[in-house]
Design a protein around this ligand. Structure first.
Ligand code: MG
Ligand code: MG
Length: 264
């Protein structure tokens, strides 16, 4: 069942998504070599609760934290830990908020200090993939148009591996609703997009192989070849001409600009 949302419901999803974005900006301001995942996680939880929201991931299927923090070869679902973040790390931060009965979900990949040019490019292309997907999220298109645009940019224009085991999703009164939004697929296939559909589009793109495995912690997904992976995500509403993006990465980019420890 795909739920179409009214204007007022979309505004509530926007509010939750904006709190996610501001939380990610708060994390961006704190990110530096020496900080631990747990410290970032606690800061994020406090920020969300101080602003009237609940951390959406905490308690979901037994996940114990506010953030998914996935470093380097970790693709998604990394558990914030006690080890310190180091210069040269690639840190994907995924966050969800529940507020006023609606969810928001967004992710951003940060580069700490200097890394090889091939990694800078992977992160940039993964972000581009997100917007290629969003361009297709208009009424009358199909889910496959989003999927194809992401896959084409990641693995045809560029040489990267597209993760297939994990996908984007509908979002609203549940964090994960129908339809699934895969990052690979065929144009013109899948459910028809309609005005009022709210989706989380989230390309997960690997420098090397597309294949992934789960670590023994039961959560962290890593690339099989242990090469770096990147992840960007927006929550958005499908409209007639152009999707309305409900999360906002510009607040995160401002925080990056003000943080000397991060690659701009
Ligand atoms: Mg997410
Ligand atoms: Mg998501």
């Amino acid at each position: 069942m795909i739920y179409l949302k009214h204007e007022e419901e979309i505004e509530l999803i926007r509010a939750s998504s904006m709190l996610v974005s501001k939380t990610l900006a708060h994390v961006a301001a704190l990110l530096r070599p020496g900080i631990t995942g747990i410290e970032l996680d606690q800061a994020a939880e406090e920020f969300i609760r101080d602003h009237g929201g609940l951390p959406a991931f905490k308690g979901l299927s037994g996940f114990t934290n506010t953030l998914c923090l996935s470093l380097n070869e970790a693709v998604v679902h990394g558990i914030p830990g006690k080890s310190e973040i180091k210069a040269g790390d690639v840190v994907s931060v995924d966050c969800g908020v529940l507020m006023n009965e609606f969810y928001g979900d967004s992710a951003y990949t940060f580069i700490i200090g200097e890394v090889k040019e091939e990694i800078v490019k992977l992160v940039r292309v993964t972000e581009e993939c997100l917007y290629k997907g969003i361009e297709q999220a208009i009424a009358g298109n199909r889910i496959g148009d989003i999927s194809y645009a992401i896959m084409y940019h990641a693995s045809k224009i560029n040489p990267y591996g597209v993760v297939k085991e994990l996908v984007g999703h509908g979002i609203g009164r549940k964090l994960h609703e129908a339809p699934e939004v895969p990052n690979f697929g065929a144009k013109g296939k899948g459910p028809m997009l309609k005005e009022g559909m709210t989706l989380a589009i989230e390309p997960m793109i690997n420098l090397g192989t597309a294949h992934v495995k789960q670590l023994s912690d039961g959560w962290t997904i890593v690339t099989k070849d242990l090469k770096v992976s990147a992840h960007f995500e927006h929550t958005l509403a499908v409209q007639k001409e152009k999707a309305v993006v409900l999360s906002d990465h510009s607040v995160i980019k401002s925080a990056i600009k003000n943080n000397v420890e991060l690659l701009k």
